[in-house]
Design a binder for this molecule. Sequence first.
Ligand code: ATP
Ligand code: MG
Length: 261
Amino acid sequence: MEIIAIANQKGGVGKTTTAVNLTASLADKRKRVLLIDLDPQGNATTGTGLSKNNLELTIADVLLDGVSLQEAIIKSPAGFDVIAANRELAGMDITLMGETNSHELLKSAVSELIAEQGDKQSPPYDYIIMDCAPSLNLLTINALVATDSVIIPMQCEYYALEGLADLSQTIERLTELNPKLHIRGVVRTLFDTRNTLAKDVSKELEAHFGDIMYKTHIPRNIRLAEAPAHGLPVLAYERWSKGARAYQKLAAEVIKQSSSS
Ligand SMILES: Nc1ncnc2c1ncn2[C@@H]1O[C@H](COP(=O)(O)OP(=O)(O)OP(=O)(O)O)[C@@H](O)[C@H]1O
Ligand SMILES: [Mg+2]
């Protein structure tokens, strides 16, 4: 089993779109996947067809009240397992201020899930995908401590590299607590091939990140923006759209990484 956090503290770069559609594409390739929403905005929750306002158990219950992940798993209308989030998660930093191990709560919950459900012979999932909030707050730190690797969605625009130093530095620092932690890949999102600036920034990213850039570019595609309004991953909404095909290619790259490591 591999755990992947989708993170970038910059807002609106396609983290949630990537988390939901990568999960759906992996599930479509017969992988067992759990999607964990770690953002009080709950966009991944609504994007998989769940209603934010009548959830029995959310990730907040797991992190703040010691409910097990196993209990909080919801079979989403999208067809795969989800741990949902909503506004109850906001203010977690303050609630947990001063508590020891507050950065390891998710890691403990995941270990418990593996022990409980895995029954030693086989882990319960092939992948756990975590959708992070646009911040380097305690929730994101919990994700980075619990995960094996990080996928960073980046929009190819002028300010793309700004703030990335903070994320890289945070990842670097957290390797002390989580020696496995590394950047698995950077994925170009909301990509417009006709835009010269995007092409220039894309080249700059390749120079900066080299091998860890995914070959797949996620194009700006209206179907990707429409699908969440229907509570569906794009694969279920418009299977043959450019956006759906791009996320299928990205999933294939992710699976290939798994088999070659
Ligand atoms: N490739 C794409 N083509 C068209 N629209 C997209 C694409 N990717 C994302 N969007 C749209 O752009 C907006 C921001 O995307 P998304 O919510 O995935 O970003 P985010 O990084 O998760 O944002 P936040 O930082 O608020 O969590 C959304 O309205 C989404 O539907
Ligand atoms: Mg988001």
